[in-house]
Write a protein that binds this ligand. Sequence first.
Ligand SMILES: Cc1cc2nc3c(=O)[nH]c(=O)nc-3n(C[C@H](O)[C@H](O)[C@H](O)COP(=O)(O)OP(=O)(O)OC[C@H]3O[C@@H](n4cnc5c(N)ncnc54)[C@H](O)[C@@H]3O)c2cc1C
Length: 473
Amino acid sequence: MIDEHHIDALEKLLGDKGIVTGREDMEAYETGARYDRGRAAAVLRPATTEEASAAVGYCVRNGIALVPQAGNTGLVSGSTPDGSGEEVVLSLDRLTRRFALDPDNRSVRVDAGFRLSELNRRLEEYELFFPIDLGADPRIGGMVATNTGGSRFLKYGDVRRNILGLKVVLADEAGTVLDLHSDLRKNNTGVDWKQIFIGTSGAFGIVTECVLNLERLPKQTATAFLVPASGAHVLPLLKAMEERLGAYLSAFEGMSKNAIAGALAHVPSLKNPFPGGNVPEYVILAEISRSWAPRDGEQPLDAVLESVLAEIWETEEAPLADALVGPPHEVWALRHALSEGVKHLGKLIAFDLSFRRGDIMTFCDHMKAEMPQKFPAVTICDFGHIGDGGVHFNVVVAKDSPLLADAAFEQHLREWVVAIAVEQYHGSFSAEHALGRRNQAFYDFYTPEKLKNIAAGLKTLTSPGKLGSVRFG
Ligand SMILES: Cc1cc2nc3c(=O)[nH]c(=O)nc-3n(C[C@H](O)[C@H](O)[C@H](O)COP(=O)(O)OP(=O)(O)OC[C@H]3O[C@@H](n4cnc5c(N)ncnc54)[C@H](O)[C@@H]3O)c2cc1C
Protein backbone atom coordinates (compact mmCIF):
# COMPACT_ATOMS: atom_id res chain seq x y z
CA MET A 1 0.00 0.00 0.00
CA ILE A 2 1.15 3.53 -0.61
CA ASP A 3 -0.05 6.63 1.13
CA GLU A 4 -3.22 8.29 -0.20
CA HIS A 5 -1.41 11.60 -0.76
CA HIS A 6 0.91 9.87 -3.26
CA ILE A 7 -2.13 8.60 -5.17
CA ASP A 8 -3.50 12.15 -5.31
CA ALA A 9 -0.17 13.56 -6.48
CA LEU A 10 0.23 10.91 -9.18
CA GLU A 11 -3.35 11.48 -10.34
CA LYS A 12 -2.55 15.18 -10.71
CA LEU A 13 0.40 14.26 -12.95
CA LEU A 14 -1.40 11.65 -15.07
CA GLY A 15 -5.10 12.57 -14.98
CA ASP A 16 -7.88 10.24 -13.83
CA LYS A 17 -7.34 7.79 -16.73
CA GLY A 18 -3.69 7.61 -15.81
CA ILE A 19 -4.07 5.81 -12.50
CA VAL A 20 -5.97 2.70 -11.38
CA THR A 21 -6.46 1.85 -7.73
CA GLY A 22 -9.67 -0.23 -7.57
CA ARG A 23 -9.00 -3.81 -6.45
CA GLU A 24 -10.99 -5.41 -9.28
CA ASP A 25 -9.62 -3.03 -11.91
CA MET A 26 -6.05 -3.85 -10.94
CA GLU A 27 -6.54 -7.62 -11.15
CA ALA A 28 -5.54 -7.95 -14.82
CA TYR A 29 -2.31 -6.05 -14.12
CA GLU A 30 -1.57 -8.25 -11.11
CA THR A 31 -2.03 -11.55 -12.94
CA GLY A 32 0.71 -12.91 -15.21
CA ALA A 33 0.33 -14.99 -18.37
CA ARG A 34 1.46 -18.18 -16.71
CA TYR A 35 2.39 -18.33 -13.05
CA ASP A 36 1.93 -15.14 -11.14
CA ARG A 37 -0.63 -13.48 -8.97
CA GLY A 38 0.77 -10.43 -7.16
CA ARG A 39 -0.72 -7.42 -5.45
CA ALA A 40 -0.23 -3.86 -6.73
CA ALA A 41 -0.33 -0.65 -4.69
CA ALA A 42 -1.60 1.16 -7.81
CA VAL A 43 -1.28 1.03 -11.60
CA LEU A 44 0.09 4.06 -13.47
CA ARG A 45 -0.84 4.51 -17.13
CA PRO A 46 1.11 7.40 -18.68
CA ALA A 47 0.06 8.34 -22.22
CA THR A 48 3.30 10.10 -23.22
CA THR A 49 7.01 9.90 -22.47
CA GLU A 50 6.73 13.23 -20.61
CA GLU A 51 4.00 11.83 -18.35
CA ALA A 52 6.05 8.68 -17.76
CA SER A 53 9.05 10.83 -16.83
CA ALA A 54 7.03 12.95 -14.38
CA ALA A 55 5.48 9.88 -12.70
CA VAL A 56 8.75 7.94 -12.52
CA GLY A 57 10.61 10.96 -11.07
CA TYR A 58 7.89 11.38 -8.43
CA CYS A 59 8.02 7.68 -7.46
CA VAL A 60 11.81 7.66 -7.19
CA ARG A 61 11.86 10.80 -5.03
CA ASN A 62 9.35 9.13 -2.72
CA GLY A 63 10.95 5.68 -2.58
CA ILE A 64 8.05 4.00 -4.44
CA ALA A 65 8.96 0.77 -6.26
CA LEU A 66 7.94 0.48 -9.92
CA VAL A 67 7.40 -2.58 -12.11
CA PRO A 68 7.15 -1.82 -15.85
CA GLN A 69 4.46 -3.79 -17.65
CA ALA A 70 3.80 -3.93 -21.39
CA GLY A 71 1.64 -6.72 -22.87
CA ASN A 72 2.00 -8.83 -19.71
CA THR A 73 2.69 -11.96 -21.79
CA GLY A 74 6.13 -12.53 -20.24
CA LEU A 75 6.76 -15.99 -18.82
CA VAL A 76 9.32 -15.46 -16.05
CA SER A 77 7.40 -13.37 -13.49
CA GLY A 78 8.90 -10.06 -14.55
CA SER A 79 5.91 -7.92 -15.43
CA THR A 80 3.68 -8.35 -12.37
CA PRO A 81 4.10 -6.96 -8.85
CA ASP A 82 5.17 -9.23 -6.02
CA GLY A 83 2.77 -10.12 -3.20
CA SER A 84 3.80 -7.28 -0.87
CA GLY A 85 1.16 -4.82 -2.10
CA GLU A 86 3.88 -2.13 -2.15
CA GLU A 87 4.93 -2.16 -5.80
CA VAL A 88 3.32 0.14 -8.36
CA VAL A 89 2.81 -1.20 -11.88
CA LEU A 90 3.78 1.21 -14.64
CA SER A 91 1.69 0.05 -17.59
CA LEU A 92 2.32 1.01 -21.22
CA ASP A 93 -1.25 0.37 -22.29
CA ARG A 94 -1.99 4.05 -23.05
CA LEU A 95 1.38 4.78 -24.65
CA THR A 96 0.15 4.14 -28.17
CA ARG A 97 0.01 7.50 -29.99
CA ARG A 98 3.12 7.81 -32.08
CA PHE A 99 3.34 5.88 -35.33
CA ALA A 100 5.76 7.55 -37.78
CA LEU A 101 6.61 5.37 -40.74
CA ASP A 102 9.62 6.01 -42.97
CA PRO A 103 9.03 3.65 -45.89
CA ASP A 104 12.23 4.73 -47.70
CA ASN A 105 14.28 3.82 -44.66
CA ARG A 106 12.18 0.72 -44.00
CA SER A 107 11.72 1.84 -40.38
CA VAL A 108 9.01 3.03 -38.04
CA ARG A 109 9.11 5.16 -34.89
CA VAL A 110 6.45 3.98 -32.44
CA ASP A 111 5.37 4.45 -28.88
CA ALA A 112 6.39 1.41 -26.86
CA GLY A 113 2.80 0.54 -25.92
CA PHE A 114 1.90 -0.63 -29.42
CA ARG A 115 0.75 -4.22 -29.63
CA LEU A 116 2.73 -6.27 -32.15
CA SER A 117 -0.50 -7.24 -33.96
CA GLU A 118 -1.64 -3.62 -34.26
CA LEU A 119 1.77 -2.52 -35.52
CA ASN A 120 1.78 -5.19 -38.20
CA ARG A 121 -1.84 -4.47 -39.11
CA ARG A 122 -0.92 -0.84 -39.82
CA LEU A 123 2.19 -1.83 -41.75
CA GLU A 124 0.42 -4.32 -44.00
CA GLU A 125 -0.76 -1.72 -46.53
CA TYR A 126 2.89 -0.71 -47.05
CA GLU A 127 3.85 -4.37 -47.59
CA LEU A 128 6.14 -4.20 -44.57
CA PHE A 129 6.24 -5.94 -41.19
CA PHE A 130 8.17 -6.14 -37.93
CA PRO A 131 9.55 -9.64 -38.39
CA ILE A 132 9.34 -11.12 -34.89
CA ASP A 133 6.75 -13.88 -34.79
CA LEU A 134 5.39 -15.59 -31.69
CA GLY A 135 2.24 -17.20 -30.31
CA ALA A 136 1.44 -14.22 -28.03
CA ASP A 137 0.62 -10.58 -28.72
CA PRO A 138 3.10 -8.52 -26.67
CA ARG A 139 3.69 -4.76 -26.72
CA ILE A 140 6.86 -3.38 -28.30
CA GLY A 141 8.39 -2.10 -25.03
CA GLY A 142 8.10 -5.55 -23.46
CA MET A 143 9.61 -7.13 -26.55
CA VAL A 144 12.61 -4.81 -26.24
CA ALA A 145 12.98 -5.54 -22.51
CA THR A 146 12.92 -9.32 -23.10
CA ASN A 147 14.66 -9.31 -26.50
CA THR A 148 11.98 -11.59 -27.93
CA GLY A 149 13.22 -14.30 -30.29
CA GLY A 150 10.28 -16.17 -31.77
CA SER A 151 9.80 -18.52 -34.67
CA ARG A 152 11.54 -16.64 -37.47
CA PHE A 153 14.78 -15.87 -35.66
CA LEU A 154 16.54 -18.08 -38.19
CA LYS A 155 15.89 -15.56 -40.96
CA TYR A 156 15.34 -12.18 -39.26
CA GLY A 157 17.08 -12.46 -35.89
CA ASP A 158 15.72 -11.31 -32.53
CA VAL A 159 14.42 -7.90 -31.41
CA ARG A 160 17.98 -6.71 -30.75
CA ARG A 161 18.82 -7.15 -34.43
CA ASN A 162 15.80 -5.08 -35.41
CA ILE A 163 16.12 -2.04 -33.11
CA LEU A 164 17.58 1.16 -34.55
CA GLY A 165 16.82 3.55 -31.70
CA LEU A 166 15.10 3.93 -28.32
CA LYS A 167 13.77 6.57 -25.95
CA VAL A 168 14.11 5.57 -22.31
CA VAL A 169 12.95 7.07 -19.01
CA LEU A 170 15.48 6.46 -16.25
CA ALA A 171 14.35 5.75 -12.70
CA ASP A 172 16.22 8.65 -11.15
CA GLU A 173 14.87 11.61 -9.21
CA ALA A 174 14.42 13.69 -12.36
CA GLY A 175 12.83 10.89 -14.40
CA THR A 176 15.55 11.68 -16.99
CA VAL A 177 14.57 11.01 -20.58
CA LEU A 178 17.42 9.46 -22.56
CA ASP A 179 17.04 10.02 -26.26
CA LEU A 180 18.85 7.15 -27.96
CA HIS A 181 16.96 7.74 -31.12
CA SER A 182 18.59 6.95 -34.36
CA ASP A 183 17.09 5.97 -37.65
CA LEU A 184 20.47 4.73 -38.76
CA ARG A 185 21.51 1.15 -39.37
CA LYS A 186 25.18 2.07 -39.27
CA ASN A 187 26.40 4.32 -36.49
CA ASN A 188 29.68 3.71 -34.70
CA THR A 189 30.32 7.00 -32.96
CA GLY A 190 30.73 5.74 -29.42
CA VAL A 191 29.11 3.33 -27.00
CA ASP A 192 25.88 1.84 -28.37
CA TRP A 193 23.92 2.65 -25.22
CA LYS A 194 20.59 1.31 -26.42
CA GLN A 195 21.96 -2.21 -26.06
CA ILE A 196 21.91 -2.06 -22.25
CA PHE A 197 18.12 -1.63 -22.30
CA ILE A 198 17.50 -4.57 -24.64
CA GLY A 199 16.90 -7.92 -22.96
CA THR A 200 17.49 -6.56 -19.44
CA SER A 201 13.89 -6.74 -18.21
CA GLY A 202 13.50 -3.04 -17.46
CA ALA A 203 16.14 -2.93 -14.73
CA PHE A 204 18.03 0.03 -16.25
CA GLY A 205 15.13 2.15 -17.53
CA ILE A 206 11.67 2.22 -19.04
CA VAL A 207 11.51 2.08 -22.82
CA THR A 208 8.87 4.52 -24.07
CA GLU A 209 9.63 4.86 -27.79
CA CYS A 210 11.39 2.70 -30.36
CA VAL A 211 12.66 2.96 -33.91
CA LEU A 212 12.26 -0.43 -35.53
CA ASN A 213 13.78 -2.01 -38.59
CA LEU A 214 11.06 -3.36 -40.90
CA GLU A 215 11.19 -6.10 -43.50
CA ARG A 216 9.30 -6.68 -46.74
CA LEU A 217 6.16 -8.72 -46.13
CA PRO A 218 6.55 -12.15 -47.75
CA LYS A 219 4.36 -12.56 -50.83
CA GLN A 220 4.94 -16.28 -51.14
CA THR A 221 5.20 -18.75 -48.31
CA ALA A 222 5.31 -22.54 -48.32
CA THR A 223 5.20 -24.73 -45.24
CA ALA A 224 5.51 -28.40 -44.41
CA PHE A 225 5.57 -30.79 -41.50
CA LEU A 226 8.71 -32.90 -41.76
CA VAL A 227 9.21 -36.15 -39.91
CA PRO A 228 12.92 -36.74 -39.26
CA ALA A 229 14.16 -40.32 -39.48
CA SER A 230 15.22 -40.02 -35.80
CA GLY A 231 16.24 -37.35 -33.28
CA ALA A 232 19.80 -37.68 -34.51
CA HIS A 233 18.64 -36.78 -38.03
CA VAL A 234 17.18 -33.38 -37.06
CA LEU A 235 20.44 -31.45 -37.43
CA PRO A 236 21.44 -33.12 -40.75
CA LEU A 237 17.94 -32.27 -42.01
CA LEU A 238 18.35 -28.61 -40.99
CA LYS A 239 21.77 -28.41 -42.63
CA ALA A 240 20.45 -30.03 -45.81
CA MET A 241 17.64 -27.45 -45.96
CA GLU A 242 20.01 -24.53 -45.30
CA GLU A 243 22.37 -25.75 -47.98
CA ARG A 244 19.62 -25.94 -50.59
CA LEU A 245 17.40 -23.00 -49.58
CA GLY A 246 19.73 -20.36 -48.13
CA ALA A 247 17.86 -17.20 -47.09
CA TYR A 248 14.52 -18.64 -48.24
CA LEU A 249 14.40 -20.78 -45.11
CA SER A 250 12.43 -18.71 -42.58
CA ALA A 251 11.49 -21.22 -39.87
CA PHE A 252 12.62 -24.62 -38.63
CA GLU A 253 10.61 -25.42 -35.52
CA GLY A 254 10.63 -28.67 -33.57
CA MET A 255 7.55 -30.20 -31.91
CA SER A 256 7.43 -33.34 -29.80
CA LYS A 257 4.55 -35.81 -30.04
CA ASN A 258 3.43 -34.98 -26.48
CA ALA A 259 3.32 -31.23 -27.17
CA ILE A 260 1.32 -31.77 -30.37
CA ALA A 261 -1.09 -34.08 -28.54
CA GLY A 262 -1.63 -31.34 -25.92
CA ALA A 263 -2.44 -28.76 -28.62
CA LEU A 264 -4.82 -31.12 -30.47
CA ALA A 265 -6.64 -31.95 -27.22
CA HIS A 266 -6.91 -28.33 -26.11
CA VAL A 267 -8.00 -26.83 -29.45
CA PRO A 268 -10.53 -29.22 -31.00
CA SER A 269 -10.82 -27.04 -34.14
CA LEU A 270 -7.19 -27.86 -35.06
CA LYS A 271 -6.78 -30.31 -37.91
CA ASN A 272 -4.70 -33.39 -37.14
CA PRO A 273 -2.64 -33.52 -40.35
CA PHE A 274 -0.94 -36.86 -39.80
CA PRO A 275 -2.04 -40.01 -41.67
CA GLY A 276 -4.54 -41.98 -39.57
CA GLY A 277 -4.22 -39.28 -36.88
CA ASN A 278 -0.98 -40.95 -35.72
CA VAL A 279 1.29 -38.18 -34.45
CA PRO A 280 4.99 -39.01 -35.04
CA GLU A 281 7.49 -38.89 -32.15
CA TYR A 282 9.00 -35.65 -33.43
CA VAL A 283 7.94 -33.24 -36.15
CA ILE A 284 9.63 -30.23 -37.75
CA LEU A 285 7.66 -27.28 -39.06
CA ALA A 286 9.65 -25.84 -41.98
CA GLU A 287 8.75 -22.59 -43.71
CA ILE A 288 10.25 -20.96 -46.76
CA SER A 289 9.29 -17.51 -47.97
CA ARG A 290 10.16 -14.77 -50.43
CA SER A 291 9.07 -11.18 -50.76
CA TRP A 292 8.01 -11.12 -54.41
CA ALA A 293 4.93 -12.45 -56.18
CA PRO A 294 5.37 -15.45 -58.50
CA ARG A 295 6.99 -14.40 -61.78
CA ASP A 296 6.31 -15.91 -65.20
CA GLY A 297 8.34 -19.05 -65.67
CA GLU A 298 9.43 -19.14 -62.01
CA GLN A 299 8.76 -22.28 -60.02
CA PRO A 300 6.08 -21.60 -57.34
CA LEU A 301 7.42 -21.81 -53.82
CA ASP A 302 5.40 -24.94 -52.95
CA ALA A 303 7.09 -26.68 -55.86
CA VAL A 304 10.51 -25.42 -54.75
CA LEU A 305 9.90 -26.89 -51.29
CA GLU A 306 8.66 -30.18 -52.70
CA SER A 307 11.62 -30.59 -55.02
CA VAL A 308 14.11 -29.76 -52.26
CA LEU A 309 12.45 -32.30 -49.95
CA ALA A 310 12.54 -34.92 -52.71
CA GLU A 311 16.25 -34.21 -53.18
CA ILE A 312 16.93 -34.55 -49.45
CA TRP A 313 14.89 -37.75 -49.40
CA GLU A 314 17.29 -39.24 -51.95
CA THR A 315 20.49 -38.31 -50.10
CA GLU A 316 22.63 -41.04 -48.65
CA GLU A 317 22.09 -39.76 -45.09
CA ALA A 318 18.28 -39.94 -45.62
CA PRO A 319 17.37 -37.68 -42.67
CA LEU A 320 13.73 -37.45 -43.74
CA ALA A 321 11.15 -40.16 -43.00
CA ASP A 322 8.06 -38.32 -44.19
CA ALA A 323 6.88 -34.87 -45.27
CA LEU A 324 3.45 -33.22 -45.49
CA VAL A 325 3.29 -29.93 -47.39
CA GLY A 326 0.29 -27.96 -46.11
CA PRO A 327 -1.25 -24.48 -46.12
CA PRO A 328 0.72 -22.05 -43.92
CA HIS A 329 -2.26 -20.96 -41.80
CA GLU A 330 -3.06 -24.57 -40.85
CA VAL A 331 0.54 -25.50 -40.21
CA TRP A 332 1.18 -22.43 -38.04
CA ALA A 333 -2.13 -22.84 -36.18
CA LEU A 334 -0.81 -26.10 -34.75
CA ARG A 335 2.57 -24.58 -33.85
CA HIS A 336 1.04 -21.56 -32.14
CA ALA A 337 -1.36 -23.73 -30.11
CA LEU A 338 1.45 -25.72 -28.46
CA SER A 339 2.15 -23.28 -25.65
CA GLU A 340 -1.45 -23.12 -24.44
CA GLY A 341 -1.98 -26.84 -25.17
CA VAL A 342 0.77 -28.05 -22.84
CA LYS A 343 -0.45 -25.66 -20.16
CA HIS A 344 -3.76 -27.54 -20.06
CA LEU A 345 -2.24 -31.00 -19.70
CA GLY A 346 -1.49 -30.58 -16.00
CA LYS A 347 0.84 -28.61 -13.78
CA LEU A 348 3.40 -27.11 -16.17
CA ILE A 349 7.06 -26.63 -15.24
CA ALA A 350 8.50 -24.77 -18.20
CA PHE A 351 12.12 -24.07 -19.18
CA ASP A 352 13.32 -21.71 -21.89
CA LEU A 353 16.71 -23.20 -22.75
CA SER A 354 19.20 -22.77 -25.56
CA PHE A 355 22.11 -24.83 -26.80
CA ARG A 356 24.57 -25.07 -29.63
CA ARG A 357 22.41 -26.43 -32.41
CA GLY A 358 24.20 -29.75 -32.37
CA ASP A 359 23.39 -30.30 -28.69
CA ILE A 360 19.61 -29.75 -28.58
CA MET A 361 18.46 -33.23 -29.52
CA THR A 362 21.23 -34.83 -27.46
CA PHE A 363 20.05 -32.86 -24.42
CA CYS A 364 16.41 -33.86 -25.05
CA ASP A 365 17.39 -37.53 -25.41
CA HIS A 366 19.46 -37.26 -22.21
CA MET A 367 16.39 -35.92 -20.39
CA LYS A 368 14.08 -38.56 -21.84
CA ALA A 369 16.45 -41.27 -20.64
CA GLU A 370 17.14 -39.95 -17.14
CA MET A 371 14.07 -38.02 -16.09
CA PRO A 372 11.71 -41.00 -15.72
CA GLN A 373 14.11 -42.55 -13.19
CA LYS A 374 14.71 -39.34 -11.30
CA PHE A 375 11.16 -37.95 -11.45
CA PRO A 376 8.71 -40.75 -12.29
CA ALA A 377 5.25 -39.80 -13.54
CA VAL A 378 6.20 -36.57 -15.27
CA THR A 379 5.73 -36.06 -19.03
CA ILE A 380 8.16 -34.17 -21.26
CA CYS A 381 6.36 -31.98 -23.80
CA ASP A 382 9.20 -30.13 -25.50
CA PHE A 383 9.05 -27.95 -28.57
CA GLY A 384 11.26 -25.19 -29.79
CA HIS A 385 13.08 -23.03 -32.24
CA ILE A 386 15.50 -25.74 -33.33
CA GLY A 387 16.98 -23.63 -36.15
CA ASP A 388 18.46 -21.18 -33.64
CA GLY A 389 19.22 -23.56 -30.79
CA GLY A 390 16.18 -22.78 -28.62
CA VAL A 391 14.02 -25.32 -26.84
CA HIS A 392 10.95 -24.78 -24.68
CA PHE A 393 11.58 -27.77 -22.50
CA ASN A 394 8.27 -28.36 -20.75
CA VAL A 395 7.62 -30.87 -18.02
CA VAL A 396 4.01 -31.65 -17.13
CA VAL A 397 2.88 -33.24 -13.89
CA ALA A 398 -0.64 -34.69 -13.68
CA LYS A 399 -2.81 -32.41 -11.55
CA ASP A 400 -3.65 -35.23 -9.13
CA SER A 401 -0.05 -36.41 -8.81
CA PRO A 402 1.17 -36.90 -5.19
CA LEU A 403 4.45 -35.28 -6.35
CA LEU A 404 2.73 -31.92 -6.16
CA ALA A 405 2.16 -32.33 -2.43
CA ASP A 406 5.93 -32.08 -1.94
CA ALA A 407 6.73 -28.35 -1.73
CA ALA A 408 10.38 -28.93 -2.70
CA PHE A 409 9.62 -31.06 -5.76
CA GLU A 410 9.37 -28.30 -8.38
CA GLN A 411 12.48 -26.49 -7.22
CA HIS A 412 14.42 -29.75 -7.11
CA LEU A 413 13.37 -30.60 -10.67
CA ARG A 414 14.17 -27.09 -11.94
CA GLU A 415 17.63 -27.14 -10.40
CA TRP A 416 18.37 -30.59 -11.79
CA VAL A 417 17.35 -29.68 -15.37
CA VAL A 418 19.15 -26.32 -15.39
CA ALA A 419 22.33 -27.78 -13.90
CA ILE A 420 22.53 -30.34 -16.71
CA ALA A 421 21.68 -27.75 -19.39
CA VAL A 422 24.18 -25.15 -18.17
CA GLU A 423 26.97 -27.20 -16.63
CA GLN A 424 27.09 -30.24 -18.91
CA TYR A 425 25.93 -28.72 -22.21
CA HIS A 426 27.04 -25.09 -21.70
CA GLY A 427 23.55 -23.94 -22.61
CA SER A 428 21.54 -20.94 -21.37
CA PHE A 429 18.80 -21.08 -18.72
CA SER A 430 17.03 -18.17 -20.39
CA ALA A 431 17.11 -18.29 -24.17
CA GLU A 432 14.55 -15.65 -25.08
CA HIS A 433 12.36 -14.81 -22.08
CA ALA A 434 14.99 -12.72 -20.24
CA LEU A 435 14.98 -12.56 -16.44
CA GLY A 436 12.25 -12.28 -13.83
CA ARG A 437 11.56 -13.52 -10.32
CA ARG A 438 11.13 -17.04 -11.73
CA ASN A 439 14.76 -17.40 -12.87
CA GLN A 440 16.51 -14.82 -10.63
CA ALA A 441 18.12 -17.56 -8.53
CA PHE A 442 19.79 -19.07 -11.61
CA TYR A 443 21.18 -15.65 -12.55
CA ASP A 444 22.50 -15.25 -9.01
CA PHE A 445 24.09 -18.70 -9.06
CA TYR A 446 25.60 -18.78 -12.55
CA THR A 447 26.73 -15.17 -13.06
CA PRO A 448 30.34 -14.38 -12.10
CA GLU A 449 30.70 -11.83 -9.25
CA LYS A 450 32.69 -9.47 -11.46
CA LEU A 451 29.83 -9.22 -13.96
CA LYS A 452 27.29 -8.73 -11.18
CA ASN A 453 29.40 -5.85 -9.86
CA ILE A 454 29.56 -4.20 -13.28
CA ALA A 455 25.78 -4.57 -13.63
CA ALA A 456 25.25 -3.06 -10.16
CA GLY A 457 27.41 -0.09 -11.16
CA LEU A 458 25.40 0.41 -14.35
CA LYS A 459 22.18 0.24 -12.35
CA THR A 460 23.39 2.99 -9.98
CA LEU A 461 24.38 5.16 -12.93
CA THR A 462 21.17 4.70 -14.90
CA SER A 463 18.22 3.95 -12.62
CA PRO A 464 19.12 4.12 -8.93
CA GLY A 465 15.40 4.03 -7.98
CA LYS A 466 13.46 0.83 -7.26
CA LEU A 467 12.67 -0.41 -10.76
CA GLY A 468 11.73 -3.79 -12.17
CA SER A 469 11.55 -7.30 -10.77
CA VAL A 470 15.16 -8.28 -11.44
CA ARG A 471 18.29 -7.68 -9.39
CA PHE A 472 21.36 -7.69 -11.62
CA GLY A 473 23.89 -6.72 -8.97
C1 LIG B 1 1.62 -18.21 -25.70
C2 LIG B 1 2.95 -17.53 -25.55
C3 LIG B 1 3.94 -17.75 -26.50
C4 LIG B 1 5.17 -17.11 -26.40
N1 LIG B 1 6.12 -17.36 -27.34
C5 LIG B 1 7.32 -16.72 -27.26
C6 LIG B 1 8.32 -16.95 -28.26
O1 LIG B 1 8.16 -17.73 -29.19
N2 LIG B 1 9.47 -16.27 -28.14
C7 LIG B 1 9.71 -15.38 -27.11
O2 LIG B 1 10.79 -14.78 -27.07
N3 LIG B 1 8.79 -15.17 -26.16
C8 LIG B 1 7.60 -15.80 -26.20
N4 LIG B 1 6.66 -15.59 -25.24
C9 LIG B 1 6.98 -14.73 -24.09
C10 LIG B 1 6.52 -13.26 -24.21
O3 LIG B 1 5.47 -13.12 -25.11
C11 LIG B 1 7.69 -12.36 -24.61
O4 LIG B 1 8.67 -12.39 -23.61
C12 LIG B 1 7.25 -10.90 -24.86
O5 LIG B 1 8.23 -10.24 -25.57
C13 LIG B 1 6.95 -10.12 -23.61
O6 LIG B 1 6.43 -8.85 -24.00
P1 LIG B 1 5.27 -8.15 -23.18
O7 LIG B 1 4.92 -6.89 -23.90
O8 LIG B 1 4.17 -9.06 -22.90
O9 LIG B 1 6.08 -7.77 -21.87
P2 LIG B 1 5.66 -7.96 -20.34
O10 LIG B 1 5.31 -9.37 -20.07
O11 LIG B 1 4.68 -6.93 -19.94
O12 LIG B 1 7.07 -7.61 -19.63
C14 LIG B 1 8.18 -8.44 -19.78
C15 LIG B 1 9.37 -7.84 -19.03
O13 LIG B 1 9.74 -6.59 -19.60
C16 LIG B 1 9.64 -5.53 -18.65
N5 LIG B 1 9.07 -4.40 -19.37
C17 LIG B 1 7.85 -4.33 -19.96
N6 LIG B 1 7.71 -3.16 -20.60
C18 LIG B 1 8.86 -2.48 -20.43
C19 LIG B 1 9.32 -1.22 -20.85
N7 LIG B 1 8.58 -0.42 -21.60
N8 LIG B 1 10.55 -0.83 -20.50
C20 LIG B 1 11.33 -1.62 -19.74
N9 LIG B 1 10.96 -2.82 -19.30
C21 LIG B 1 9.73 -3.25 -19.64
C22 LIG B 1 8.72 -6.08 -17.56
O14 LIG B 1 8.97 -5.43 -16.31
C23 LIG B 1 9.09 -7.54 -17.57
O15 LIG B 1 10.29 -7.73 -16.85
C24 LIG B 1 5.42 -16.22 -25.32
C25 LIG B 1 4.42 -16.00 -24.37
C26 LIG B 1 3.19 -16.65 -24.47
C27 LIG B 1 2.14 -16.36 -23.43
